[in-house]
Design a protein around this ligand. Structure first.
Ligand SMILES: Cc1cc2nc3c(=O)[nH]c(=O)nc-3n(C[C@H](O)[C@H](O)[C@H](O)COP(=O)(O)OP(=O)(O)OC[C@H]3O[C@@H](n4cnc5c(N)ncnc54)[C@H](O)[C@@H]3O)c2cc1C
Length: 278
């Protein structure tokens, strides 16, 4: 249908980004192609060492899923998105396709090995998440192509992750957020992935912050190094949520807290976290 209706037609999933944009007249599609009636688009399963999410899987279904809870950073993300009404409608596929720089899913899933299986009249192709989001609100999808499935490799043993955001209230996007996935070998950090949210036009991969942890034990000095590097990597816009400097300091503090939780989880401890509200 997308191919027949042309470039002005748009897919409708949960409608939690598209409908507000249409109400504001920022989006004015000629047609809406509603995915909600397509069977077999909502599921969460674990297969061959990967979690597989149907594109129409709602945030709330992921929040409540015992399978998804096996990768705690995924649960952190789903449980913290907006409020329950939005989580009941919004979908993982719609969220990634929207590529909103303030959206939570891309920030979190960029710390994982994530690929999107995308479908068009030309067949199916797999796009790794880092190549999928090409700019703010822009993806590698063709106009007649949709996200069918999101596939996340289960992190190796000894790995732990955490996602923390700072929000003014539940139904708003975060002011800043930090996603951290660490692989520990005893006291030493073998590998680290750190992605910062809401502090750039796209999620920011904080490579220097990762380097500050890799091959070291996570002591005060390593934490300070990661915080400093995250502060430097952030490139936020000042807006009603805060000045650029405020957001830089905030994201550095979130990185520190997320690292501390990730280390505990990598050691097998069960640690519940929730976003921090002003
Ligand atoms: C008040 C409010 C607060 C919010 N707060 C947060 C927040 O804190 N964190 C957060 O992450 N999100 C937040 N959201 C957004 C929410 O998570 C949305 O669910 C999400 O961004 C879009 O998902 P959707 O399924 O609703 O997509 P839709 O709104 O239906 O679609 C969004 C875009 O993606 C396209 N699309 C949808 N599905 C597909 C697909 N399968 N393949 C290709 N293209 C597709 C559509 O054509 C459209 O362009 C908030 C929304 C609102 C209204």
């Amino acid at each position: 249908m997308l191919a027949q209706l042309g470039e002005e037609a748009k897919l409708l999933a949960g409608g939690q980004s598209l409908i507000p944009l249409m109400k504001l007249r920022f989006a004015n599609p000629s047609h809406l192609v509603d995915l909600n009636f397509v069977p077999g688009t909502t599921y969460i399963k674990e297969e061959n060492g990967a979690l597989r999410f149907g594109a129409l899987t709602r945030h709330t279904e992921i929040e409540k899923s015992a399978i998804a809870a096996g990768v705690p950073i995924i649960h952190d993300c789903a449980a913290g998105i907006a409020d329950v009404q939005i989580r009941n409608r919004g979908t993982i596929g719609g969220s990634l396709a929207e590529a909103d720089p303030s959206g939570d899913w891309a920030t979190v899933l960029l710390t994982q090995k994530t690929e999107l299986h995308c479908l068009s009249p030309r067949g199916e192709r797999m796009i790794p998440l880092p190549e999928f989001i090409t700019d703010a609100y822009t993806t590698a999808l063709d106009h007649d192509e949709l996200v069918r499935e999101v596939v996340v490799k289960v992190p190796e043993k000894g790995s732990g992750g955490a996602y923390l955001a700072f929000k003014r209230s539940a139904p708003v996007y975060p002011t800043a957020s930090a996603a951290v996935q660490l692989t520990m070998e005893g006291e030493v950090c073998k590998d680290a992935a750190i992605v910062l949210g809401c502090v750039g036009l796209m999620p920011v991969r904080a490579k220097e912050a990762e380097a500050a942890l890799r091959g070291r034990s996570i002591d005060g000095k390593a934490l300070a190094g990661a915080m400093e590097a995250a502060h430097a990597a952030a490139d936020p816009q000042p807006d009603m949520r805060g000045s650029a400097e405020y957001k830089r300091s905030l994201v550095a503090a979130l990185v520190k807290r997320a690292i501390e939780v990730a280390v505990q989880r990598a050691r097998g401890q069960r640690v519940e976290v929730s976003h921090i509200y002003a």
